[in-house]
Structures are given as C-alpha cells and as structure tokens.
Design a protein around this ligand. Structure first.
Ligand code: NAG
Ligand code: NAG
Length: 273
C-alpha cells in the first residue's frame, strides 16, 4: 500500500483504526500464505517421483522433475526383511513387468519393491512418525505418502466386524493424491499400519481402502493374516483368500500372508456401504 493510500485511510478512519486494519489485514494474509505454503510442502514433496529403468541394472530416479540419482537396481530384499522369500516370490509371480504396485508400509525393503517393476510404485505410511522422516531421507527417490489412521487395534474390532454400515469410516482415500486414486493397481501389499500391540491402529483402514482402490482382478496380499484383526477384516472385506503362505518359524516369529484376488462381489460390498 502506498503512502497516499495510507494517508487517505488515516484521514477517513483516524490513525488508530487504519493501523489496526492494516495489522489485521497483514496478519490474515500472512496466515493464509503460511497455510498455503505448508499445504504445498505436504502435498508436493514426494508426489511425483518416477523412475526410468534402462531395462538392465540401472534405475534413473526422478523426483519432482529432477533426475536425482542413477542407482544399481536392487534385486534381492535386504537382510532382516520380515517377509519370507516364499512370500516375496508369490507377490513377484503375479506382478507384471510394467505392473503398478501399491504398498502399505515403508522400510528398508522399500527400495527393493520400488525396483521390482518398471511400473508405478507408491508407499503409504502412518503420518508424522520419525520412521517416515527417517526412511524418506534415507531413500528420497521413493514415492512415499502419509496417512493418518483413526482406528484402535482393540476397540475398533467389534465396531467394524459387526457393523458394515460403518465401514465408510475406514475409507482414507480422501487423504491420498489423485495419482494414487487414479492408478489401476495390479498388486497391493497390506503390511501396515502396525497392529501388534494394543495402542496400534491395526489394518482396518488399509484393508478397506485397498478394496476401494482395487479393480476387479487386483491382487491384494495381506501380511500377518494370522492375527485376529487382519484375519477378520480381510475375510469380511476381501472375501476368501486364493492362497495362504506361511513363513516357517524363525527365531523371531512365524507369519502368514493371505493372497486375495478382488472379485466383483467384493467391489459391490465396498460400494454399498
Ligand atoms: C550415471 O549418470 C551419470 C550422469 O548423470 C553418467 O555419467 C553415468 O554414466 C551414469 N552411470 C550409469 C551406470 O549409467
Ligand atoms: C471413499 O472416499 C472417496 C473420496 O476420496 C469417495 O469418492 C468414495 O465414494 C468413498 N468410497 C467409499 C466406499 O466409502
């Protein structure tokens, strides 16, 4: 605002009022700018990564339009990966070479999944966790997205296993960018959020939203299917698994992965909630 204008304001309203209006005005503008800026940061940092594989060992990773790295493709899951080799092989066996892969979960095995197809790969992790910051700064080329969960491992079981009419509360797709909602996913892996202790969210929302994002024929793999919540909710939402793969007992634990293929009936169930 130029001086003339300020003077006019002062003449019209008296000094104090004009200064007050200016202050409130600037404050409102600043808050707006701040909200816009933080929204922009949240929604653009990891939205557009892509990768170009030369068909051989080298992957060119692109983030926000910039070529950030050429890496040697990772062809083996890193040591310490929780999922067993047999379970990984099952997933790879149905993932086309250019297939699109959506993974609920983020970790040191994510670069392996990122490289497992020439198609699109996205990861979804619980928002605001130190874990998210750690993994995305370690592997900035991953397309990693954050979601806030509202369920409770223990308290939510009765609510959602008994009342289908409440399933719409499990839909977190409004937190996801169009790039996730508009992609035809060939394979979805549900390996998050955490569901091993009472304070965890459990996989209610990731299972439901997977069914919503899937198309008829999409392969959905639910990890830790031996647990009550994962077992109950995926059977109710996704139907009967076509195959169940048990990782042999290790010194940590054994674990079970269920393989579902989304049917028309599953999609009808989801759309009618
Ligand atoms: C990686 O990229 C650089 C240039 O960005 C290029 O000189 C180099 O040959 C590339 N390495 C491989 C293995 O393709
Ligand atoms: C899920 O949310 C999306 C909005 O992101 C909406 O378009 C869709 O109808 C919802 N679906 C279900 C089944 O709740």
């Amino acid at each position: 605002m130029d001086l003339d204008c300020t003077r006019q304001l002062r003449n019209k309203f008296g000094g104090c009022t004009a200064v007050g209006i200016l202050c409130i005005g600037s404050f409102t503008l600043l808050s707006y700018a701040f909200v816009l800026a933080s929204h922009r940061l949240n929604s653009t940092v990891y939205i557009n990564p892509a990768k170009i594989s030369n068909g051989g060992n080298v992957v060119y990773d692109i983030t926000n339009g910039h070529l950030i790295k050429n890496r040697t493709k990772i062809t083996q899951p890193p040591p310490g990966t929780q999922m067993g080799q047999q379970q990984i092989d099952k997933i790879l066996s149905v993932l086309p070479r250019n297939g699109n892969l959506l993974v609920w979960g983020l970790g040191n095995d994510s670069p392996f999944w990122h490289d497992s197809t020439d198609g699109k790969v996205a990861f979804i992790e619980e928002s605001g966790t130190p874990w998210f910051a750690k993994i995305t700064s370690k592997y900035p080329f991953l397309n990693a997205l954050e979601v806030k969960y509202s369920t409770h491992l223990v308290q939510s079981l009765e609510r959602y296993s008994h009342y289908r009419s409440l399933w719409h509360e499990l839909n977190v797709s409004d937190q996801l960018p169009a790039s996730v909602k508009d992609t035809a996913w060939d394979v979805i892996i549900v390996d998050a959020p955490a569901g091993f202790k009472p304070g965890n969210a459990g996989r209610y929302q990731s299972i439901f939203t997977s069914a919503f994002l899937a198309e008829v024929g999409t392969h959905i793999f639910v990890d830790d299917y031996e647990r009550k919540v994962e077992y109950e909710m995926s059977n109710q939402i996704l139907g009967t698994p076509v195959e169940v793969t048990r990782r042999p007992m290790t010194f940590i634990n054994s674990n079970v992965q269920a393989h579902f293929i989304v049917t028309e009936e599953c999609k009808r169930n989801i759309l009618n909630v």
